[in-house]
Design a binder for this molecule. Structure first.
Ligand code: ZN
Length: 181
């Protein structure tokens, strides 16, 4: 995880650096610590890298959230790299509908190598629904993959950086701790 101090003192982004998929796959043993955690989080696939948090200029082409980031991102990569069905069939010969979709409608359609795309995730946040909603607003393409989701608890959704920053999570944790004192 890259740690950057925000100049306004608002917090430290809890997003990973943007991993270029080809580079990431080239050092999975050496960089085992870079694997996604076995915990809940939000993840994105983008055309370009980002600083601190994914942004509009990152060319975000997919946003998801998962209860177990590691296995879900593994499923995404399988399909995104072409280990997926040739059709959307009854039998569902794919694991991750987003990866399946991107392989067919982005990578093949644009002759774009998935290894050149970027991947990153965040597992420390106040609200994953808000993070997903904000990230979807930043997407380059509004695929018809899924309905627009919002957050039941926060209107408008929490701002992405403050939602996904460690100082916020730490202070939320401290608040929780103080409750038990
Ligand atoms: Zn929320």
């Amino acid at each position: 995880m890259r740690v950057l101090v925000d100049r306004n003192g608002a917090g430290v982004s809890s997003w990973t650096t943007a991993y270029r998929i080809g580079n990431y796959l080239g050092s999975v043993i050496r960089d085992q610590g870079a694997r996604p955690p076995d915990s809940a989080g939000v993840y994105v696939v983008s055309e370009r890298s980002w600083d601190e948090t994914p942004s509009r200029s990152s060319g975000i082409i997919y946003v998801g959230q998962a209860r177990y980031l590691r296995s879900r991102i593994g499923s995404l990569l399988c399909d995104l790299l072409g280990f997926t069905g040739d059709e959307y069939g009854e039998g569902e010969a794919y694991e991750h509908s987003g990866g399946h979709f991107l392989w067919h409608h982005y990578c093949i359609a644009q002759a774009a190598e998935p290894s050149r795309l970027y991947l990153g995730w965040c597992s420390t946040f106040r609200c994953s629904d808000c993070a997903e909603a904000r990230l979807r607003e930043l997407m380059k393409f509004r695929w018809n993959l899924y309905p627009t989701r919002s957050c039941d608890r926060h209107t408008p959704p929490l701002e992405l950086f403050t939602n996904c920053s460690t100082s916020v999570a730490l202070s939320a944790g401290l608040e929780a701790l103080q409750k038990f004192r």
